[in-house]
Design a protein around this ligand. Structure first.
Ligand code: NAD
Length: 251
C-alpha cells in the first residue's frame, strides 16, 4: 500500500506517526521543506492533504494550498485533513474529478484532553469513505468510533467545534473578570463549574497574562466561520470582537 502525505507540519507528522507501520511506503511532499520538495510518485492508494488554510485579509480561509495539492496529487482516494470552508470538498471534486473524503482533524484538542473515546469523521461518498474507514481500522485499536456523513457537514463540524471552544474561553474569561470584582477566586469557581460534567473541563482555564484565546486554529477558523455565515453569526462575531479587544488591552 502506498501512502502520500502532502504538507508535513503538525498534522502531516501526526498522520505519518499513525500510518508509518502500516504502509509499505509513505512518501512526503512539502514544497517548503528541502528534502520533501519533490513529488516523487504518482500512483498512490491514499493521499492525505494536511496543508495550511490560513486567514485571508478579509477573514476568509485561503484554500490555495489545498487546491495546489489537490491538483498535483494522483491517488485512488484523497483524504483532506485541512480545515476548509463549507463546499470546498465538493468544489475540488467537481473541478479536479478526484475522489476526495473530508476528514476533519481533532489532534491536539478534544481527543487528547478529556474525550475518552477516539472518533473519526468521514465526509463524502460512501464507497470511498468505507475504504478510508478500513484503512483506519488497521491502525487503531478498540473504542474507535467512525461517523460517516457528507462533506459539507464534516466541513461545518470542524468550524462548529472550534467556534465552541473559542466561545468557552471567552465565556470563562468574562466570569473570571466578574469573580475578581467580587474577590472570588476563579480557580475555585471553575472547579465548581466543572463538577457538572456537562460543562466539560477543557478550555476553562483562565490566564491572567493572556485572558483570551490565541491558538493558530481558533485565530483563523473563527473569522473564516463568520465570513462563511454571511451575517448569520452574531454570537461568534461578538466573540471575535471581544477577543480582539482583550488582546489589544492586554498587549
Ligand atoms: N495543528 C493542529 O493541531 C490542527 C488541528 C486540527 C486541524 N488542523 C488543520 O490542519 C491543517 C494543517 O495544519 P498544521 O498545523 O499541520 O499546519 P502547519 O503549518 O504546521 O503545516 C502545514 C505544512 O504544509 C506545507 N505546505 C504549504 N503549502 C503546501 C502545498 N501547496 N503543498 C504541500 N505542502 C504545503 C507547509 O510547508 C507546512 O509544512 C490546517 O488547515 C489546520 O487548520 C490543525
Amino acid at each position: 500500500m502506498k501512502i502520500l502525505i502532502c504538507g508535513y507540519g503538525n498534522i502531516g507528522r501526526h498522520i505519518h506517526d499513525e500510518f508509518v507501520e502500516l504502509s509499505d511506503s509513505i512518501d512526503i511532499y512539502d514544497p517548503f521543506i528541502e528534502r520533501y520538495k519533490e513529488l516523487k510518485g504518482t500512483d498512490y492508494n491514499y493521499a492525505f492533504i494536511c496543508v495550511p488554510t490560513d486567514m485571508m485579509p478579509d477573514g476568509s480561509a485561503d484554500i490555495s494550498a489545498v487546491e495546489d495539492a489537490t491538483s498535483k496529487i494522483n491517488a485512488d482516494i484523497i483524504i483532506l485533513k485541512s480545515a476548509v470552508p463549507v463546499g470546498t470538498t465538493d468544489y475540488l471534486i467537481n473541478k479536479y474529478n478526484k475522489n476526495i473524503i473530508l476528514s476533519p482533524e481533532y489532534y491536539g484538542t478534544t481527543q487528547h484532553s478529556e474525550s475518552s473515546s477516539e472518533f473519526l469523521i468521514l465526509g463524502g461518498c460512501v464507497g470511498a469513505a468505507e475504504k478510508v474507514a478500513q484503512l483506519y481500522y488497521k491502525v487503531k485499536n478498540g473504542g474507535f468510533i467512525i461517523r460517516f456523513t457528507d462533506a459539507k457537514t464534516a466541513e461545518l463540524a470542524k468550524y462548529m467545534e472550534n467556534c465552541f471552544l473559542a466561545l468557552k474561553v471567552t465565556f470563562c474569561n468574562e466570569f473570571a473578570d466578574v469573580a475578581t470584582n467580587y474577590g472570588i477566586c476563579y480557580s475555585e469557581l471553575r472547579e465548581i463549574f466543572i463538577m457538572d460534567r456537562r460543562m466539560g473541563s477543557s478550555h476553562t482555564f483562565v490566564y491572567a497574562d493572556k485572558p483570551y484565546y490565541d491558538s493558530h486554529c481558533l485565530n483563523k477558523d473563527i473569522p473564516a466561520f463568520i465570513r462563511q455565515a454571511q451575517g448569520k453569526a452574531p454570537l461568534m462575531t461578538a466573540v471575535d470582537l471581544i477577543n480582539k479587544e482583550r488582546r489589544t488591552v492586554n498587549n
